[in-house]
Design a binder for this molecule. Structure first.
Ligand code: SF4
Ligand code: SF4
Length: 347
């Protein structure tokens, strides 16, 4: 087995063609900064961010829809932290709350059950945003709602799935040579699921943990595959990611949800890239059908290019000027997993 020193040395020595590696998830972006990975890479290797932050890819129309509910008599909107600060076409949920809208910030979905039980006269709209990582929590929430007979809590769903998005990137975006797969998502969906993508698009898909040495090992694996012209899935995170993933969690999700088209902010509709409640459980939610939505993106914000890895955050003219975490133009600067916010905090 190669030592970390040897891997680093081999990476530094790389003098082949230019290679772009997409780290799909924001936690990897943060780890890359924390471990100073870029300083160890030759200029031929570029790490680019991807669409792996659920908040960043939630369409503005969805936030507008939540704000509309927040203004309705006998309704209250419930949301996790990061979603509160992202602007819709005009306002964020935080701003809507400041203007008198009924919006509440939650730490856990199960808090919603308690609220709904205590206040039967209010209909609670839960901002159910996330990837496969969060979807099992929503399944648990619905199970709890079923058990308690709760009917005044509704999920406004904008849940997305990774494989169709990766397919989209492989089809539409040129120049991505390999993928550092999202770590937490892979815990749920497993590593095997990437195999058809590796085969069809002839690209390496490497699953790795979040420590610096894990990321370096993944970069080395991608270089090795690209140099050899052999493309496959490699799971370097076997302590957490099984081939088949977490079947129990996925089965719980698939009991209540089914694939649906979904709108990714700045990208558009990606077929079957979302999860919507099945007809039998439709009463537990409201499906936000934004498949034909008109997007209203803040003028000057280049989040789309950032999440597609076409530019780095610092190449956006607004970065650190018109757009900072205190006064963000786009979601990538707001969310804890957003590439722009991570670059800003580390630059
Ligand atoms: S949930 Fe985990 S795997 Fe998914 S984008 Fe966030 S940090 Fe990455
Ligand atoms: S720096 Fe701000 S304006 Fe520019 S892409 Fe990022 S979030 Fe959008």
């Amino acid at each position: 087995m190669l030592t970390l020193e040897k891997v680093t040395e081999e990476i530094k020595k790389y003098k082949g063609r230019k290679i772009k590696i997409m780290e799909v998830c924001g936690t990897h972006t943060a780890s890359i900064f924390k471990a100073g990975i870029r300083s160890l890479l030759p200029e031929e290797i570029q790490l680019i961010s991807g669409p792996g932050c659920p908040v960043c890819v939630t369409p503005s129309g969805y936030i507008d829809e939540l704000i509309e509910y927040a203004g309705k008599e006998k309704y209250e909107v419930l949301s996790f932290g990061d979603m509160m600060k992202v602007r819709g076409s005009k306002y964020s949920l935080t701003q809507a709350k400041a203007m008198g809208g009924r919006v509440r910030f939650l730490y856990s979905p199960l808090q919603a059950v308690k609220l709904a039980k205590e206040n039967p006269g209010i209909t609670y709209i839960f901002a159910a945003v996330g990837f496969e990582t969060t979807a099992p929590l929503y399944a648990i929430l619905i199970e709890e709602m079923e058990r308690e007979g709760i009917r005044n809590l509704k999920l406004l769903t904008a849940i997305k799935t990774m494989i169709p998005a990766l397919s989209y990137l492989c089809e539409k975006e040129e120049g991505i040579d390999g993928f550092l797969c999202p770590g937490h998502v892979s815990v749920i969906i497993g590593s095997k699921i990437y195999e058809p993508l590796a085969e069809k698009y002839q690209k390496p898909f490497v699953v790795a943990g979040f420590e610096g040495e894990h990321i370096l090992a993944a970069v080395y694996e991608i270089l090795t595959q690209v140099s050899a012209g052999e493309y496959r899935v490699k799971n370097l995170y076997t302590s957490a990611v099984k081939e088949e993933g977490n079947r129990k969690a996925m089965d719980a999700v698939m009991k209540y949800f089914e694939p649906s088209d979904a709108w990714w902010r700045g990208i558009g509709n990606i077929a079957s890239s979302g999860l919507a409640l099945k007809t039998d459980y439709a009463d537990y939610g409201i499906h936000s059908d934004l498949s034909v939505a008109e997007e209203s993106l803040p003028s000057g914000c280049r989040c789309t290019e950032v999440i597609l890895g076409r530019i780095s955050p610092s190449q956006c003219p607004a970065f650190g000027k018109r757009c900072t975490p205190m006064d963000a133009l786009g979601p990538c600067m707001v969310s804890a997993e957003g590439a722009c916010g991570i670059w800003y905090k580390n630059s």
